[in-house]
Each structure stands twice: as structure tokens, then as C-alpha cells.
Write a protein that binds this ligand. Sequence first.
Ligand code: UDP
Length: 490
Amino acid sequence: EVVPTKTHIALLASPGIGHLIPVLELGRRFAVQHHFLVTIFVVTTDASAAQSQLPHYSSYRDLLNIVFLPPVDVSDLATGSMAILSQLVLLMRRAMPHIRAEIAKLKPCPSALIVDLFGTEAFEIANDFSMLKYMFHTTNAWFLALTLYYPHHNETDKHDHVYLHKPLNIPGCTPLEYEGTFDLDTRPDDRVLHEDYAKMGLDMAKVDGILVNTWEGLEPRTLKALRDPNLMGRFSSVPVHPVGPLIRPVQPVENLVCRSKVLDWLDSQPAGSVLYVSFGSGGTLSANQLTELAWGLELSGQRFVWVVRPPVESTAFGSYFRQKERTEDGTPDYLPDGFVSRTREVGLVVEMWAPQTEVLAHESVGAFLSHCGWNSTLESVVNGVPMICWPLYAEQGMNAAMLSGHLGIATRLKEVGPGTVVGREEIEKMIRRLMEKDEEPGKLVRANVLELERQAEAALAKGGSSHGSLERVAKECKTGLTGLRERAYG
Ligand code: UDP
């Protein structure tokens, strides 16, 4: 009897927990829904840090072949002044020989390689091993459109956007207002950064398919433009497959070794009463801004869970480890004296890390003050939790514009931006407007987010659009190049 060989695919995750989580989730879907063998290559600077931040790592390990590549060392380069995007490109470039060596060892050789935004240089390896090439865009389709369009938009438009702060037109898509612009345009003279980003856009236009962590109903206009040969389709005719929202699922209680004290605390709060405050896996605020946020929270009188980190001015990755000092009542030294005592009845300060998907799924949580990282955004949406946007870096400003703009599921602190400090009164006012039950903005965004939650669920269910997209990609991986050729010529 011939046992049919399982389809084997390989996925590549670039450094950062925000990149790893959606890649693991995509891998899990292929393994569970399509019974694929799935190998995941993880590039890190510190594998143990990545593992410790990945709750339920073992539940993935049972399903997927996870290979942590040797940590990449960039200590010989002056990375401090480099944009995060360029640092990631460099880290990935240095990991390529390891990726090649590991792929050569895999049996059977995977039929497809799926990389995230920073892994496009691995396509050369995929070509050498005759693998199909897919890109998994772990954020939204609007940012994907910007990336694909970037190498092509003209210098005058670029100049007007960057220096005159005019909106940037992306064919067929919502124009990008300068207020929410991509990080890149705040560093207009960084030549390496702009070249790296433009190259990503060009590389992406040559793949067999682009998977996006969004769904048809969330971004119909952008997805239509991406597929229209007269609009974004001029720059890339690659099929776009919205497969989202892919997020790390909430773990059933019986799987938890020890239930977090945050969840115990939430159990004793009234439904929908708590504001969850977090800036993602590495986001930090300046010392002044932390003080203002602490006061804003306290003055609002609302219940809260706040994941705090010491102020670090420069990088998104630098804040994981630091000796913590605290005052007698447990207030970390970087928060106003006595903050923990004064807010004990209504708030909980959690240092560094909270089980976020579980927190957002808890019925006591009523809103999320967020840096708008795309994973955090999706986690909020699938739990019907409205947001207050506080974007920090990367494409978060675009996400915030989308959420507080036509999607109408978030309110926005207008003053947030590089080098500015939002004052306590403004923060207090914004929190009250969202949290107090009879305030209009709160009512509206809550209704909108519940509708999106319903849509997201339908997209992922059997027969839903995202479920169907993944099925199509799985079929291509199964039939391999022959299938693709048949499609192209027949
Ligand atoms: N996360 C978490 N606990 C924290 C902070 C973050 O579990 O205290 C998770 C969060 O649920 C999300 C991911 O880390 O899945 C962060 O990804 P996101 O895209 O929101 O932001 P990034 O960290 O990439 O800026």
C-alpha cells in the first residue's frame, strides 16, 4: 500500500514576537485544517527570550516543527542609529546561510516557502530548491498596498508628503494622511532605509501569492484596488489572499499551569468596566509621558490594568531586561510616587508582560488603550473591544488612522507623535469619553466593533472568505508548480 506523503511547507519568521505569533498561527492552520507537515524557522537575536514570551509554546511544538536558528549577532555593526526596519533587514540577511543549510536538511523538501515582510531575500533560496514562494503580510492590506506602491510613486508626491505633509495617494485606496504616516517618512534622509523598503515592495511583486492578515469585509476597497489591473494591479499582479484574522487563541483554563493574577483580579471586576493599557511586546514611552499617562489614568477614576515598562527613549527592543527598583507600596520607580497605593481599589499595574489574548477575552475588559500593533488590533476586534489609539512606530499610525477613521472602532489622541507629550487632562478626557457608558463616542465605537467581531468570525468559519483563501493556497502547495502552471495556461 502506498502511503501518500504529506505536503510539507516551510515558514520563516523574522525577529520580534509580533512577527512570530501570526506566523505560528498560520502554520497551525495549515497543520490542523490541511494536515500539512509544517516547519517554522525562527530568526531571533535571543531564542530563549522569544520562547519565554511565547505563552503555550509547547502547544505549538506538538503540531509544528519549530527550528530556532542560531541567534544572529550584529554586535559588530552600529545598529543603534539604524531604523528598526533596516535592523530587521540586516538580521535576516545574516540569517540566510543558516536558513539555506536548514532547508537543505529537510525531508521531504518543502513545496513552498512562506516568509514575512522582512524575509523576502530568502526567495533566492526558494528558487534554488524549486519551492513556491509566498509572502505572509502579517499586517493589513492598506499597508501592503503602500509597500507595493512605494517603489513606483513619483518623487514629487513623495516630496509633498514628506516635507509639505500633504496626503499621499495610493491608487484606489484611502490616501495616507501625514498625521498617520509610516515611520519611514519621518526619516526622509535615511537612504538605506528607503532602499530597503523599496526592495521589499519589488521582491513582493514577484511571488506566487501574498497572504494578508485581514479579511475581505474589513478592507474591501483596498483589496479591490490591489486586484484591479488599472489601479494597484499595475504594480503587482500577484494574487492576494486575505486569511485573517489569525491570532493566538485563548488557552482553555485546563491548559494553564498557573492562572495569571491579572485574570483573578479581572474576575472580581464588573463586566465591561476595565480599561486595558498596553503598548505591545516592546513599546515604551518617555519618562515624562509615563508620568502623564499615570496621572491621566488616576484622574479618570476608571478601572484599569496597565502593562508598564521602564522608560526607554530609543529602541523598541531594548526594554525586556532591566533591574527594577520599586518603592514601598510596589510602585515602580518610574511612576509617580504612591501611584499603586492611590489606585489600589481600581487598578492593577503589571510589569513588562500580561497574557493579552486572555485579558482581552475577559468579560470585565471594556476598552483597550493600545499602540495599535496589528496583532493587538485583531485581538481587540475578535473580542469586540473598542480601542483608544496611541501609535508609536512602524505602521501603527496607519493602523490608528484606519481604526479611528472609516472603521470607527477606536478613538484617537490627536497629539500622539514623535517627540510630543500628551498631557494628563487630555488622557483623562479620552478615557472617560470611551469608558463612561452614556458618552456618545463610546456607544458608537462599541456598536461598530461588535459588528466587526461578527464579520471576523464569519470570515474564518467554514465557507467564510478567509477559510476559502487558505484552502486555495493549501491546494497550490499540494499540487505544486504543475498546478500553478495549469492555472496560468489553462
Ligand atoms: N503581548 C502579550 N502581552 C504583553 C504584550 C504583548 O501577550 O504584555 C502580545 C500581544 O497579545 C500580541 C503581541 O504580543 O499578540 C504584540 O504584537 P503587536 O502586533 O500588537 O505589536 P508589536 O509587539 O509587534 O509592536
